[in-house]
Design a protein around this ligand. Sequence first.
Ligand SMILES: Cc1cc2nc3c(=O)[nH]c(=O)nc-3n(C[C@H](O)[C@H](O)[C@H](O)COP(=O)(O)OP(=O)(O)OC[C@H]3O[C@@H](n4cnc5c(N)ncnc54)[C@H](O)[C@@H]3O)c2cc1C
Length: 383
Amino acid sequence: KTCAMLVPLLPIRFRVASQCPSFRQMSSSGCDADVIISGGGLVGMALACAMGRNPWISDKKILILERSPAPAPSPPLAEVDPVSTPYSNRVVALNPGTEKFLESINVWSKLPRWQAVHRMQVWETGSAAFINFDAGSSDKITTVVETNWLLRGMLEKAIVGTLEMDCGEDDRDDHVAWQRFQDPGPIALLPLRHGLSSLVWSTRDADRLMALTEEEFVEELNKALTRSPQWENCPPRGGSSAFRLPPTVSKVVSGSRAAYPLALTMACSYVRPRVVLVGDAAHQVHPMAGLGVNLGFGDVQALTRAVERSARLGKEIGGRNELMEYNSRRQRVNVPIMTAIDSLHRLYSTTLAPLVLLRSLGLGATDAAGPLKRLIMLQASTT
Ligand SMILES: Cc1cc2nc3c(=O)[nH]c(=O)nc-3n(C[C@H](O)[C@H](O)[C@H](O)COP(=O)(O)OP(=O)(O)OC[C@H]3O[C@@H](n4cnc5c(N)ncnc54)[C@H](O)[C@@H]3O)c2cc1C
C-alpha cells in the first residue's frame, strides 16, 4: 500500500522487510546491511533508489524496514490504464525541483499519470483579498501526483477525497489549483483531469465533517468555497489578475473520503552516530504549502551526496563529519521553510479583525507585486 508507486521501480537488490519484528531479531538471523532505512514511505524508498543508482554507493547493501504489510500484487505500471483506473484519494503536489530529482532516479517517466498546475488562486473568507500565481508561458507551478501512504500525528486532521467538479465542457480550470483559507481550516483543490480534483481540507472539525453523508459533505464544502468574506469591503483586492471562483463540486467519489492526522514536528538534529533522519521522520509540515515530501526529497539528494563523498574518499559511510554536513545543509533549508509555513498557518487560524486586515493587505499586495510573487514561486520550487 505504502509503496504502490515506488516498489515496482526498485532495483531488485533492495530488500523490503515488511512487518519486521525488530532489527535486533533480523541481525541475529544473519541479515546485515551497509545502510538500513527505517520506513518504506515515499522518502525512504526514494533514498533507496537514489543510493542504488549512484555508482559510488550502488555496491552497498540497502535494507528497508517497513511495518505495514507488503502491497498486494498489482499490474506493472506500464500496464496501468491512466483513464479507467480509479484515482487514489491521496495526492502530493511536487515542485519542478522534485520532478527533476525523480527523473534522475528514473521514477518520473514511469508514473502512469499526473496533472500539471499552471495557475494557483489563493483566497480567504476573512476578506475579499486574493492572490493568483501564474506559471505564464514558462512552465508549470507544480504537478499533482497520487500517493497512498500512511500519515501519523495528532491535533489537526486533513480530510482528503476525489471530487467530481461541475465544469461541463469548460476546460479553463483543468490545470488550476485552488486554495482557500477559511474557518475551520484551509481547503485545497488539486486538479487530476478534466472534471476531477483531489481535495485536502485541513481542519479541527474533521470528525463532524467525516460523519456527514456525502451529499451533506459536498454542500458544506461548496459553502466553504463560495461563502462571502466576513468583511466584504476589506481592502485591497488582488492586484495583477482576475479573481475567479472554482467550479462547483458535484460529488465526492464514493469511498474516497478519508481523514489523516496532521502534526508539526521538527527534530533538533537529524544525525546521531550512524543514524540519520530523513523526510517526515525529521520534519512534518502542514500540507497547506504542498511542500512536505518535496523537503523529504531534498533530504534524499543531500544525504546521497554526503554518502557518495564518503565512499569516494574511502571513508566509513556513516562518518560523523559527513553526516553533520548533511544535517546543517538540510536544517538551513528546512527550518526557515517550516517556520514560515507554521507562521502562515497561525496567521490564517485567527479571526481577530486587525490580523485579518493585515493578512488581506499582505495577500493583495503580494498579488500585485510581480517580482515578489516570482520569488515565492522560485523558493517553493527548489526545496
Ligand atoms: C493530506 C496531506 C496532503 C499532503 N500533500 C502534500 C503535497 O501536496 N506536497 C508535498 O510535498 N507533501 C504533501 N504532504 C506531505 C507528504 O505526504 C509527506 O511529507 C510524505 O508522505 C513523507 O514521506 P516519508 O516517507 O518521510 O514518511 P511516510 O510517508 O509517513 O512514510 C513513513 C513509512 O515508515 C513506516 N514506519 C513508521 N514507523 C516504522 C517503524 N518503526 N519501522 C518500520 N517502518 C515504519 C510507515 O509505515 C510508512 O510507510 C501531504 C500530507 C498530507 C497529510
